[in-house]
Design a binder for this molecule. Sequence first.
Ligand SMILES: [Zn+2]
Length: 519
Amino acid sequence: MVTRASSGRRWRVALLGLGGALLVLVAVLVVNALRLPAPTPPPAVQPPAPIPAAATERLAQALRFRTVSHDDPAQDDPSQLIALRGFLERSFPRVHAQLARELVSEHSLVFSWPGRRPDLPPVLLMGHQDVVPVEDERAWTQPPFGGVVAGGFVWGRGAIDDKQAVLGILEACEALLGEGFTPARTVYLAFGHDEEASGLEGARRIAERFAARGVRFAFVLDEGGFYTEGTLPGLTVPAALIGTAEKGYLSLELTTEGEPGHSSRPPQQMAIGILARALERLQAQPFPARLEGAPRDMLVTLAPRLPFGQRVALANLWLLSPVVARGLTSEPSSAAMVRTTTALTIVEGGYKENVLPGRARAVVNFRLLPGDTVAGTIARVRSIVDDERVKLRPLSAGGAAGGAGQGSEPLAIEPAAASRVGSPGWRVVARATQEAWRQGDLAVTPWLLTGASDSRYFVPLADDVYRFTGFTIRPPDAARFHGVDERIAVGDYRRAIEVYYRVLRGLDALDPSGDPARR
Ligand SMILES: [Zn+2]
């Protein structure tokens, strides 16, 4: 029999034990936070790369070509790509005289620049020539295809997505050729013409051509990441976000059928209602959040530079990872880093206010977190919807515009495998981003690209794929991607060129013995 006194004593002992355990736990958490390595100091400042002043005007001119990729390819104007190509020929004479150029699918450009060591795996630098359409030209401060330089910016569609990469790479190569430079290993340049329409005829065909020739790259550098200042909560220093992974892509069409007829005698269950229930379920049951891969590496890399509270959490992800992941779901931009996202994008059904439609249709767009698969996502959607009257079908390319898209290319893309941090290629790119920054402390960190880039076609052909162009995104700038008033600061563009310049010069440091392709 337990007396009141002895039970109270046991409680006190248990509480003391628990309190002690908690104290030890808190001590472990704090010690882990204090033991985080200090940030590495920036490298020695290098003399600036010799970038001509005319580079700014050349970018502005390139923005005047309306190389727009539309959802409906019939609206595209190939003469603009041809005109841009002629402009590049006139603007970069050394590149066109000394590098071999091939055209792929008529408008995509591939240049090859033989290196001193043709036996070593080559490197590929990428950008894309096409841009997205402009919804309302009158909403812009400067005309989107005017190529205006004003107030310290180059304005126009393509200024940060992605003509700054195409022109920036060519500027770096032209400058290096002027110095009599030959790269340590062969360098390829690839500029697709339909990235904004999934790269099916551009980057995909280029990748097929390289694959057929048995080319394997030490690393690929494409668009995706950038420098950022003041956009990451708690981080007071600027950061270079180098994309090491890329989310996958899937659009699912949901269709329901009902008895068509007069709205005066409606049945209990109707096509639109059944569809609406399925969509509501998908919205109410987001995919679970988990912190892993590139976003986890990013937070761990940034941790030493974050406020103490965040540092404690990030130094103890062994325990707190689920809590941190849940916290990140509160904002759409950070939620995209920790889960496969569900976006309800199209709903259609009905054509007359007093007629029951026989069919209703919706499209749901998913961006897959690395680790998830297209098949697994479809299976999960099926189980959430849990209604056999709702038909599911992955959308094909062209399906978003035309509805059916029957027999065309599948639009679904598996998430890209993560590239390594700390590999020889990473060190070349990371060092170039630091040397070109020139303004003291910079956090260089891996990053997950939540959009899609042409580089996904090259993942099977490369040891590593990195996604970075050296412009800077400050808090209001993120909306300029595919948005109104796309622009790049003149100084940012010069830095973007310098990153490519330093990557090419840095190839000498790609140690063959440490090169995984040589092992
Ligand atoms: Zn782009």
